[in-house]
Design a protein around this ligand. Structure first.
Ligand code: PMP
Length: 286
């Protein structure tokens, strides 16, 4: 059975799920999105994702043509109609079709698109052996230009850094902010462990406030770990005892090397493994 894709309240077969080439989402990357997971049929942190989507939309002056409750209902029903239980959902709201020219007033009819599918970002064995990452030369968007807190359809900043990573043989790349501080990876937030404490760049380092990041901070604190959100630099990563990344698609994945320096003993550390296990348990329990 072909996947059913939600567009503006209707369901279409994957092959027929299309929007206008005049949509400013395509022409200018003018729109917002979310990546969401469901475990055993239940969406993980639905309210947080829906809130972040509406916040991103507000920041770009985009009025989403439905309520948050209707959006949550549309996400749930798209998962259900596709008979999915563990799913990855891509929720997109475009500015809508209009005439050529940047002005959003030239558009009408923002398109709400919900794709419920699956995703496998990294090979399963990397969750055991850990990822190698490199620092990208491409800096993370300056918050005064396009704030990384907005999850917009403009992902070229991240894609350029991702290409640098893959060219260097790494599946993720570390991005620095305009001050040379650690921001985040191209699609994941970063954490380190030093002397048994957890550290992660603060939101004002110019990052997306990851929902997995928030969940992992809560889990870590709930088991008595000290978590500090602060300004960090590459020295902190190079000299960390452990390092891991978080993201909806990635979940929690160990990092064992950065810029050709082994992190800790070059294998996933015990706190990382424990947090990974606990995250899985919590995600599956809802
Ligand atoms: N940073 C960036 C740039 C991202 O695109 C994402 C999501 N893919 C994340 C961090 C992680 O956020 P979340 O845990 O909400 O998926």
């Amino acid at each position: 059975m072909s996947l059913k894709i939600y567009i503006g309240g209707k369901l279409y077969d994957k092959a027929d799920a299309k929007i206008s080439v005049y949509d400013h989402g395509l022409l200018y990357g003018d729109g917002v999105f979310e990546g969401i997971r469901a475990y055993a049929g239940k969406v993980f942190r639905m309210a947080d994702h829906v809130d972040r989507l509406y916040d991103s939309a507000k920041a770009i002056h985009l009025v989403i043509p439905m309520s948050k409750a209707e959006m949550a209902e549309a996400i749930n029903s798209t998962i259900k109609v596709n008979n999915l239980s563990d799913a990855y959902v891509r929720l997109v709201v475009t500015r809508g079709a209009g005439s050529l020219g940047l002005d959003p007033r030239r558009t009408s009819d923002p398109q709400v698109i919900i794709i419920a599918d699956s995703i496998s970002l990294y090979p399963a064995e990397l969750y055991e052996t850990g990822l190698k990452i490199v620092t990208a030369g491409t800096m993370r968007n300056h918050p005064g230009a396009l704030n990384p807190r907005i999850k917009s359809l403009n992902y070229l900043n991240n894609i350029l850094a991702k290409i640098e990573g893959t060219n260097a043989g790494c599946l993720e790349a570390l991005m620095l902010n305009h001050k040379g501080e650690i921001a985040e990876c191209t699609g994941d937030n970063i954490f380190i462990i030093k002397h048994g404490e957890v550290h992660t760049p603060s939101i004002d380092s110019g990052i997306l406030e990851g929902i997995t990041r928030d969940a992992v901070i809560e889990i870590a604190r709930s088991i008595g770990l000290q978590v500090t959100e602060r300004i960090m630099d590459r020295h902190d990563v190079y000299t960390a005892d452990e390092c891991f990344l978080t993201g909806t698609a990635a979940e929690v994945i160990p990092v064992v090397e950065c810029d050709a320096r082994p992190i800790g003993d070059g294998t996933p550390g015990p706190i990382t493994k424990d947090l990974l296990k606990r995250f899985h348990q919590i995600a599956r329990e809802g």
